[in-house]
Write a protein that binds this ligand. Structure first.
Ligand SMILES: Nc1nc2c(ncn2[C@@H]2O[C@H](COP(=O)(O)OP(=O)(O)OP(=O)(O)O)[C@@H](O)[C@H]2O)c(=O)[nH]1
Ligand SMILES: [Mg+2]
Length: 307
């Protein structure tokens, strides 16, 4: 083999990121990718789909698969979400099982560990202890490590901070080392599998998540109905509908004299402009679709299909 041929060999692999809701899976993936490809929020069940985050480094490509947090589902949407997460474990090069350093190992984590026992033999499974920036007493970290060590033979235990980036590059390098020879699945400049339309809808949903509380954020789905670039004015026109389940939730999302909806629009517009690199005109509607999270055809319509 000539040195030229050696040089052109590429390596690649799919890496699953799983864990309970709110532990920082999407934050970690965004940090790795270097751009927001998945929305994040200080609320459980933010991510609802599997989202690829592509990291191309020299002759290697890692495809991270961010997944919905594994939880006890209360409606069909939740069932879909958990199914997606569990299915992701089937064909991957390695698994990152993320936990929150500020929380002791609970029943939810133990449930996931049981699922991990069914992962194909010889697949490296890393325990990634996230949010270590919030831990002052290092003894606490040791206690967490011990409690997990006894529960499963993890390939390695890696404490990180996905927000600060502590230890994240080291973890990326560990993953790069285990990639087998394989093709690039994405062009090197592509960062995610979802179209811009999906990310736009997610960014709008993220703002609703940030600005509302309790059941309201979870009752929301966003559909981009129209997205059109008016070349002459270098302006992207976007019409999107925010679906919710009840009139009372609709009223909260709109807010007094439209104040909440206005804020959602302003914040989302800034993010979308950053993403698209053009000026954005964003028009939002709030609509009610009773019990959509339990209605199969609505779920399909919003893109929560079996894969
Ligand atoms: N302090 C601190 N906060 C973090 C860290 N990583 C994530 N967070 C915060 O934790 C919250 C949840 O983060 P997400 O990335 O949305 O969590 P997730 O695991 O994707 O959640 P789901 O999609 O609901 O399953 C957000 O408020 C993040 O800013 C970290 O390393 N340190
Ligand atoms: Mg997430």
């Amino acid at each position: 083999m000539t040195s030229q041929e050696t040089k052109q060999k590429t390596r690649s692999g799919f890496i699953a990121i799983v864990g309970r809701p709110n532990v920082g899976k999407s934050t970690l993936m965004n940090y790795m990718v270097g751009q927001k490809v998945a929305i994040t929020a200080d609320k459980p069940q933010t991510t609802r789909n599997r989202i690829h985050g592509v990291v191309t480094h020299e002759n290697s490509q890692i495809i991270f698969m961010d997944t919905p947090g594994i939880h006890k589902p209360k409606h069909r949407l939740g069932e879909h979400m958990v199914k997606i997460a569990v299915q992701t474990l089937r064909e991957v090069e390695a698994v990152l099982f993320l936990v929150d350093a500020t929380m002791p190992k609970g029943a939810g984590d133990e449930y996931i560990i049981e699922i991990l026992k069914d992962v194909k033999k010889d697949t490296p499974i890393y325990l990634v202890i996230n949010k270590i920036d919030l831990i002052e007493d290092k003894q606490k970290l040791l206690e967490i490590i011990t409690s997990y060590k006894d529960a499963f033979p993890f390939t390695e235990i890696i404490p990180i901070s996905a927000v600060k980036g502590d230890n994240v590059v080291r973890m990326r390098d560990l993953i790069l080392d285990l990639l087998p020879e394989g093709p690039f699945y994405y062009p090197p400049d592509q960062l995610t599998d979802h179209p811009e339309r999906f990310i736009v809808a997610e960014l709008i949903r993220e703002k609703v998540l940030h600005l509302t509380r309790e059941e309201v954020p979870h009752s929301v789905a966003v559909e981009v109905e129209q997205m059109q670039l008016k070349e002459d004015r270098n302006m992207l026109y976007i019409h999107a509908a925010i679906y919710t389940e009840r009139d009372s939730q609709k009223a909260i999302i709109i807010g007094k004299q439209g104040s909440v909806l206005k804020k959602v629009g302003q914040m989302a517009r800034l993010d979308i402009e950053k993403l698209m690199g053009s000026k954005v005109y964003l028009e939002l509607w709030v609509k009610v679709k009773a019990d959509w999270r339990n209605r199969e055809h609505m779920l399909r319509n919003f893109g929560f299909t079996e894969e």
